[in-house]
Design a protein around this ligand. Structure first.
Ligand code: PDD
Length: 296
């Protein structure tokens, strides 16, 4: 089946999709991005991702490439042309193409917008429950504005590769005070011995305000799950009853070993399973909402 990507106003065969070598995303990582799951015919948390994209653009002082409604139409046309059932949709906006110079280019330089599909996701809940992953901890060597979803991901690339080299799936990054910030591309959660869910707060801009995290936070409130927002250390995580990660890609993924320490009994924990069920039910409900959705 032909595969298309969207590049600055055109749907082009994926193999030919390209940007200029002086795109500031290419030379300075001067851009922002989002990943949204397209699950069986609908976007998961579309509004949250588009809100965060617009916020990242504002924080980076990059102009919005088009109004939200227009972008939503581009995303749907992209899905239609690729006949996608399940996918991770990647959206990237950079400051545009200009001769290499650190300061911002002239105002008439338009931001670049690309949309492509990445990975081959499986959104089968039963299969998801069997994916039990390991994590390792690594120092967090990133810049301080981790709330902005920039394409500057070198620290995360190194962290993830360290995890893979150590036989794990994810790297949990640790700040200078010895607390876990988040995963290289996920938010980190633990459940303590009393059954309280713990995750780091997002109000200091030192981690990404995960859209999946937000949805789960709201679901926990609704379902009466006790959630405490506070930083936790690796030592605390080793002793946790359960652990998991969340992201648009991983959704809710159990972590059963951290730095070689078995978490709980090394199997899918009860609360993690409950949250996975909540999240999938919520995503299915969002599908019903989107079936009625028409761009205004
Ligand atoms: N990453 N923390 C970091 C550092 C991330 O890169 C991500 C997402 C998350 C989870 O955010 P959300 O729930 O909104 O996806 C947390 C995406 C999926 C990526 O880079 O592929």
């Amino acid at each position: 089946m032909p595969r298309f990507s969207y590049v600055n106003g055109r749907y082009v065969p994926h193999a030919e999709a390209a940007v200029h070598i002086e795109d500031r995303g290419f030379q300075f990582a001067d851009g922002v991005y989002e990943v949204i799951s397209w699950i069986g015919g609908h976007f998961a948390d579309e509004v949250g991702h588009l809100d965060r994209l617009e916020r990242s653009l504002r924080e980076m002082r990059i102009a919005q490439p088009m109004p939200r409604r227009a972008l939503q139409l581009v995303l749907r046309e992209f899905i239609r042309r690729n006949r996608l059932k399940d996918a991770y949709v990647y959206i990237q906006v950079t400051r545009g193409v200009a001769p290499r110079d650190f300061k911002f280019p002239q105002e008439d330089v338009r931001p670049s917008l690309i949309v492509s599909a990445i990975g081959r996701p499986s959104f089968d809940i039963a299969a998801r429950k069997k994916l039990l992953k390991k994590a390792v901890t690594v120092p967090d060597i990133r810049w301080k504005r981790r709330d902005i979803k920039t394409t500057s991901l070198t620290a995360q690339v190194l962290a993830k590769q360290t995890a893979v080299d150590r036989g794990a799936y994810e790297a949990w990054m640790v700040d200078d005070e010895g607390f876990i910030t988040e995963g290289s591309s996920t938010n980190a959660w633990i459940v303590d011995k009393k059954g309280t869910l713990i995750t780091r707060p997002t109000d200091h801009n030192d981690i990404l305000k995960g859209v999946t995290r937000n949805a789960i936070q709201a679901l926990c409130k609704k379902e009466g799950v006790k959630l405490v927002e506070r930083a936790f250390t690796p030592a605390e995580a080793y002793k946790a009853k359960e652990a998991f990660i969340t992201a648009a890609t991983t959704l809710v993924m159990p972590i059963v070993e951290i730095d070689g320490h078995k978490i709980g009994d090394g199997r899918l924990g009860n609360l993690t399973e409950k949250i996975l069920d909540f999240y999938f039910a919520y995503a299915a409900d969002e599908k019903r909402r989107q079936e009625r959705w028409t761009p205004k």
